[in-house]
Design a protein around this ligand. Structure first.
Ligand SMILES: N[C@@H](CCC(=O)N[C@@H](CS)C(=O)NCC(=O)O)C(=O)O
Length: 234
């Protein structure tokens, strides 16, 4: 059976990595059988990041490449009937989440002192002296990544303003629909749920989490996907 290698559950959500939760959601929405292999070491992944899959002889990293591979091998029950315009929306909004909102989200967790206070707990089971050294190294790596992308050069209120603009656009797209593009899920919903679940149902205290929790359509969307597609996990 296909193996999904991903981080352990944390902070009250199935996965605190939006990309791991995206891929697991995709597998569930598309009805592809899989088993989870838990990992806390992205260094062992083919591209140095989680999630990745092992499917027989195939070991593959990157959720977007993996979904393309899965569509080729198992068919495309989610996006098959989409028009060219709808496919363009899937791509554009996927990039809004993954290549834009991702950076304010990383900032809120790893750089904002309130987020960092919570994130430090992820390392609490490491043996000494690693527990004292590794958190700072990981945080420094994330800081470098955010600075390189550009978001890390902004003042906190500017970073959050960009993130809130993304959430406003996503709220507009969702409107009062069941899924991002209508009554049926598409692959965009895998990405959307991966991110929104992480904002609505974790208790980080920052403008992005607060906005997501205060947006009824986001709260209902996450509850709907949890109930329909993750209820077997309790
Ligand atoms: N483009 C990748 C992004 C995956 C990604 O950023 N994973 C993060 C967790 S959210 C990770 O493994 N970070 C560990 C690291 O960079 O060392 C995908 O779509 O799978």
């Amino acid at each position: 059976m296909l193996k999904l290698v991903q981080f352990h559950p944390a902070f009250g959500v199935r996965n605190m990595s939006p990309f791991c939760l995206k891929l697991e959601t995709y597998l569930r929405l598309a009805g592809i059988a899989y088993e989870v292999v838990w990992s806390s070491n992205p260094a062992k992944a083919p591209k140095g990041k989680l999630p990745y899959i092992v499917d027989g002889e195939v070991t593959m990293g990157d959720s977007a490449l993996i979904i393309d591979y899965l569509k080729g091998k198992y068919g495309d029950p989610l996006d098959d009937g989409l028009s060219a315009e709808q496919n363009a929306h899937v791509l554009a909004y996927r990039c809004l989440f993954e290549d834009n909102l991702m950076f304010p989200l990383l900032y809120a967790r790893w750089i904002d002192p309130a987020g960092w206070e919570k994130m430090k707990n992820l390392f609490r089971r490491m043996p000494l002296p690693l527990r004292l050294i590794v958190p700072g190294i990981v945080r420094k790596g994330v800081r470098k990544q955010i600075y390189g992308q550009g978001t890390g050069r902004h003042a906190p209120d500017e970073v959050y303003r960009f993130g809130l603009q993304d959430l406003a656009a996503i709220e507009t797209l969702l409107g009062d629909k069941e899924f991002m593009l209508g009554a049926a899920p598409t692959s965009l919903d895998a990405t959307a749920y991966g991110f929104l679940e992480n904002l609505v149902n974790t208790d980080f205290d920052n403008p992005l989490n607060r906005k997501a929790r205060a947006t009824p359509s986001f709260v209902a969307y996450c509850a709907r996907i949890r109930q329909r597609h993750f209820s077997d996990l309790g």
